[in-house]
Design a protein around this ligand. Structure first.
Ligand SMILES: *Cc1c(COP(=O)(O)O)cnc(C)c1O
Length: 479
């Protein structure tokens, strides 16, 4: 292959130097764009030249060599692409067409307009975060949330921390450090993102006492496990799974009586924290936050950004002296919620003062309870737009099921309508990849060789963005 080596050397000689490429870049289309740091252009030019050099050296024959361009104009376009890629923020908006409403990987809940407005104000201005306007003395950031939480739920007191994992950690550290906590074996959960109850327990310094079996635990199992070392009986919502068939768990009210008979604390980790009973929308009944308090739980904790539909937060409700002890614990300072969370959460909670308004204005709730007819109508609208923009696509509106997600209502099938798309030119995996790499990315799901767009999690104003993504992704097959 000696001849080949000569040709390769010739190709390498023809490549511009880094400096020449940078100069060419400045003379080209991006000339005058002063917002791009010079350092970045240098790095991008280096990367492009390095890539081309490697491709030349790796070429097996003249055919593959001929496919490599050393033309400076083409190298400049490659640098432009590279620069764009590197300038693009890492954290970006995506379009969720998966139908999974509380999608853990896509940012869980999106906020109601009122919360976004409150966030904006809190971000742009000084605030009374920890300042009492009544007398000009130092205040607590917790009062803003405690008032509304107690009003909504009837709880004696409330505390908000960074997330629900923090709430559980703080509750166990403040109330069960070096003592025992009794948990049913059926509830020793792991939730995505490495929240494993036994590990959180170990971190808190509490000792886990498992009772019952995976599928059945009785009141007597708890009673027999109580010793002078016991501090807490804990119930954890089996968020992302269900044990079906021959099963038994103890009713919360019975657990409460048992705990109180022995002077113990009953801690209920609800996970998702549903405030409005969703069973009238055909969803299976879930214990609400208020049910849990009424049943006698001393401390109840749940996430702010799952079914509650607010910002990421861990909300703790319960008996005043227990919540107070947690608020005063040194760990509380490390786990506290920031002011943007306080603002967005208060605004979200205020919507719950009128539950009908909450259902309409909190996107998570509105999506979960969306009426199938309106979903069908949206799917048809999207399909129509897609067919006219991309005549090559085979587009069909059909029924399917979506999931609530986020460890909430795990087995619930929410009947939905999807647009199933098939391209005559692109395999479905390529189509999925291109849509994912589009800006903004469109994330859907693949089923039976078709790309499904579930309109439950799409908003009307996003439909044209989806169509645009298909127009630029599905039009042609590149080499
Ligand atoms: C989701 C969940 C958690 C963790 O909540 P984060 O807000 O994600 O920290 C803890 N416990 C249960 C039962 C959950 O479902």
């Amino acid at each position: 292959m000696a001849g080949n080596e000569e040709v390769k050397k010739d190709y390498l000689r023809r490549l511009s130097s880094v400096n020449d490429l940078i100069q060419a870049f400045y003379r080209s289309r991006m000339a005058g764009n002063r917002t791009i740091p010079r350092e970045l252009i240098t790095e991008a030019s280096r990367a492009v030249l390095e890539g081309v050099r490697e491709a030349i050296l790796a070429a097996r024959d003249e055919m593959s060599l001929q496919n490599i361009s050393t033309d400076t104009e083409e190298l400049v376009s490659m640098v432009e692409k590279e620069v764009e890629e590197r300038m693009r923020p890492s954290f970006r908006r995506v379009i969720n067409a998966t139908g999974v409403v509380v999608h853990t990987n896509l940012g869980r809940s999106i906020l109601p307009a009122a919360a976004i407005e409150a966030l904006r104000t809190a971000a742009a201005h000084y605030s009374n975060l920890e300042f009492r306007l009544e007398d000009g003395t130092r205040g607590s950031r917790q009062v803003h949330l405690r008032r509304i939480l107690c009003e909504l739920t009837g709880a004696e007191s409330a505390l908000v921390v960074n997330n629900n994992a923090a709430a559980v950690l703080l509750a166990l550290t403040a109330h069960a450090r070096d003592r025992e906590v009794i948990v049913s074996r059926g509830q020793l959960i792991e939730i995505g993102g490495s929240f494993r109850l036994p590990e959180v327990m170990a971190q808190s310094g509490a000792r886990l006492v498992e009772v019952g079996t995976t599928n059945k635990t009785y009141l007597e199992d708890y009673r027999k496990a109580i010793t002078s070392e016991t501090a807490v009986i804990m119930r954890a919502h089996p968020s992302n799974y269900r044990i079906l068939g021959f099963t038994a768990e103890v009713d919360l009210a019975e657990l409460a009586s048992l705990a109180h008979e022995y002077g113990l604390i009953l801690l209920d980790d609800l996970g998702s924290g549903v405030y409005v009973d969703l069973s009238r929308f055909g969803l299976s009944p879930e214990p609400t936050i208020t049910d849990s308090l009424r049943a006698g739980a001393d401390l109840v904790c749940f996430s702010g950004d799952k079914l509650l539909g607010g910002p990421q937060a861990g909300i703790i409700l319960g008996r005043e002296e227990l919540v107070d002890a947690m608020a005063k614990h040194p760990l509380a300072r490390a786990l506290r919620a920031d002011k943007l969370t306080v603002a967005a959460l208060e605004a979200t909670l205020r919507l719950y003062l009128d539950p009908e308004r909450a259902l309409a204005e909190i996107p998570t709730l509105a999506m979960i309870t969306a009426d199938p007819e309106s979903l069908r109508e949206r799917a048809e609208r999207l399909a129509g737009k897609l067919s006219s923009a991309c005549p090559d696509l085979r587009v069909e509106v059909m029924e399917d099921v979506s999931r609530a997600g986020g460890g909430s209502l795990p087995l619930e099938d929410l009947p939905t309508w999807v647009v199933a798309v098939e391209s005559s030119r692109l395999k479905v995996n390529r189509l999925e990849e291109r849509l994912r790499r589009h800006d903004p990315p469109v994330i859907g799901r693949i089923k039976e060789e078709r790309f499904l767009l579930d309109v439950r999690t799409l908003r009307d104003e996003e439909l044209s963005l989806v169509v645009e993504a298909f127009r630029s992704s599905a039009g042609h097959e590149e080499g």
